[in-house]
Design a protein around this ligand. Structure first.
Ligand SMILES: [Zn+2]
Length: 289
């Protein structure tokens, strides 16, 4: 299998339709290898990873974009993130005491929970948008999100297996960006895209996939952007997380273990803090003895 970890934009000449295609293998494997995921959860996580890769290229911000859901049943949390350098990370947590259905419906998995997109620009306010749960799949929820947030008709196809995840996205741009003619381009392109199989979505390079779907159309393919697994955790951020527990709790842990160890759940990086490292967070130590 060729290693592909990239996202590629395309458009159709003389129409107002644009698209994106993402295909990830190593970057995705780096994410799912952190835990022993049940197959169904792994596949769902893969769809989320493909989705955040697409979203990151569509939503124009300089910063981090994350997609997160919280359920009340077997699926506890699932979150994926992508920064401005195409660094991807993701994680899922599930309740091992509960049965996981063979085919996961997102609506059932969330059981009254929620799905949220968080936009964290480098400067300025963080913004969270709740994604309405429609249909059974993440793809359907995202289509609804684009329609509501951008008023643009969009179609999304997502797929994942145990080695790869991929996605295809089509969007009809506003009328003023439309070029001459071709009124039914949107219907034709989405109809052709809906014939895509999981095998094609996960198996074909982007140029081949587009040729398979649109060999009679004028497709313009833009430069591919490389994506990779990457974690944003640092010693400083971990220290800030410890500081947020408060002096009392930090003292409590240090009295039992003499150091605080934190391992990042996304990348397994281990951070160790001694009593000396945390001295300034403890306040006046003489008061505790
Ligand atoms: Zn990390």
């Amino acid at each position: 299998m060729t290693k592909t970890n990239e996202i590629q934009r395309f458009s159709f000449d003389n129409t107002n339709v644009r698209g994106e295609r993402v295909l990830l293998n190593e970057a995705y494997q780096d994410i799912i290898s952190r835990k022993n995921y049940p197959k169904q959860i792994e596949t769902l996580l893969g769809e989320f990873v493909a989705a955040i890769a697409l979203l990151r290229d569509i939503v124009k911000i300089d910063g981090v974009l994350s997609l997160q859901c919280k359920g009340n049943g077997f699926l506890e949390t699932l979150m994926t993130e992508c920064d401005e350098n195409q660094n991807l990370r993701g994680i899922a947590q599930w309740d091992e005491s509960k049965a996981i259905p063979d085919q996961i419906s997102l609506k059932e998995a969330l059981e009254g929970g929620y799905l949220v997109i968080t936009i964290s620009p480098k400067t300025g306010q963080r913004y969270q948008g709740i994604v309405e749960i429609v249909g059974d799949s993440l793809a359907q929820c995202l289509e609804q999100y684009f329609l509501q947030s951008e008023q643009l008709p969009s179609r999304v196809w997502l797929s994942a297996n145990d080695t790869q995840c991929g996605g295809l996205f089509l969007q009809r741009l506003p009328a003023e960006q439309a070029k001459e003619g071709d009124e039914d381009a949107w219907d034709r392109f989405t109809h052709l895209a809906s014939t895509v199989s999981d095998e094609e979505l996960l198996g074909l390079p982007t140029a081949d996939l587009l040729h398979r779907l649109y060999h009679e159309e004028e497709v313009r393919l833009y430069d591919a952007k490389a994506m990779q697994f990457g974690c944003s955790c640092t010693q400083q951020r971990t220290r800030e997380a410890i500081a947020s527990m408060g002096a009392e709790e930090i003292r409590q842990i240090l009295s039992e273990q003499s150091k605080i160890t934190v391992d990042c759940q996304f990348c397994a990086q281990l951070y160790v803090f001694s009593k000396d490292d945390l001295a300034d967070l403890l306040g006046d130590l003489s008061q505790t003895h």
